[in-house]
Design a protein around this ligand. Structure first.
Ligand code: NAP
Length: 295
């Protein structure tokens, strides 16, 4: 077994993502020697002890990070500023502070200024997930063959960037470095806009008259069902993502609405070629995802 990357890792927030990393760390043994977990509620911490992937739990975030040489923020991104303010005075010199948040410019904006000198901040985002949340939902193969995007601001300590990259490789992930603003635009189109559409379409269906609504449930398999899976995601997490990636989400939504208008026009005027072309492009994208094993 390789030497552990860290002596002690502290997780702040332990839902789907945090508990998956913690389970992998426990199973492999070469990520950290000791695992400390903090969450917002004692109930979650009690459950974490039952699940057995932590050495210690700590309700006070400041105490949780004391003596840790790696700290990973795994709460919803809207909670990061408050958490960072609470832990800042307790972070050990030389520690690496990282996160798994789905938006990156906002995290750099909220957390960056609060970090004491001598602590290295390496923002990252594992692009993997399910619609489930909480410490029971994590599993060790979540990141297998998926990408993790590491978005260090210019001037970040390279040794720390490499350690966090290696942590994700040991979790089974492929790692790529990306500028934070670029990350936010890419994620707006591949993740945030599709979720926005899924939440909206479920709302539209729910607004239908009662008898049609029952039919939506009965015949959901014809396409609607895939949207409902995406729309089952955690409301607080998604509220925070939309509010913290506002510009990029609004830009992609604008582009989408223009293209949807294009489809509406084609349907109205019977432009068969345009419609067929759009469907063909969708099929092509699906085929290339399958080829790249990202389907
Ligand atoms: P989750 O399952 O909902 O768990 C959230 C955890 O954060 C819980 O342990 C919760 O503690 C804690 N928490 C919630 N609000 C808090 C607050 N205000 N202050 C401190 N702690 C708080 O979340 P997740 O799905 O793992 O997502 C965690 C992070 O990963 C988010 O930033 C998200 O953007 C990012 N991410 C998610 C996915 C995904 O598909 N789910 C994928 C990639 C990245 P309690 O249980 O005690 O309430």
């Amino acid at each position: 077994m390789a030497e552990p990357l860290f002596e002690r890792i502290a997780f702040l927030g332990i839902g789907l993502i945090g508990s998956s990393v913690a389970r992998i760390a426990r199973e492999r043994g070469d990520i950290a020697r000791e695992i400390v977990v903090n969450a917002r509620t004692q109930k979650t911490l009690d459950r974490v002890m039952e699940l057995g992937f932590a050495d210690r739990v700590e309700l006070d975030p400041g105490k949780a990070v004391e003596g840790a040489d790696c700290v990973m923020l795994c709460a919803p991104v809207g909670a990061f500023a408050d958490l960072a303010a609470k832990i800042a005075p307790h972070l050990a010199q030389g520690a690496v502070l990282t996160d798994v948040g789905s938006t990156k410019q906002s995290v750099i904006r909220d957390v960056g200024p609060l970090i004491p000198a001598g602590v290295h901040f390496v923002p990252a985002h594992p692009v993997a997930g399910t619609e489930y949340s909480g410490p029971d939902s994590g599993f060790t193969t979540l990141f297998q063959g998926r990408w993790t995007l590491v978005t260090p601001p210019p001037g970040t300590d390279e040794v720390s960037v490499e350690k966090i990259s290696e942590l994700w490789r040991r979790c089974g992930s492929m790692v790529e470095r990306m500028e934070a603003g670029h990350h936010d635009r890419v994620l707006a189109i591949v993740s945030h806009l599709p979720h926005l559409i899924a939440f909206t379409i479920c709302g539209t269906a729910d607004d239908l008259a009662d008898e049609s609504r029952q039919e939506v449930i009965n015949f959901a398999a014809s396409g609607f069902r895939d949207f409902t899976r995406i729309a089952a995601s955690d409301p607080v997490m998604w509220r925070d993502i939309f509010l913290n990636n506002r510009e990029a989400v609004l830009e992609m939504l604008q582009r989408f609405m223009e293209d949807a208008q294009g489809m509406a026009r084609a349907i109205r005027w019977g432009d068969a070629e345009y419609i067929e072309g759009m469907v063909e492009r969708g099929r092509k994208i699906r085929r290339s995802l399958i080829q790249q094993k990202q389907a």
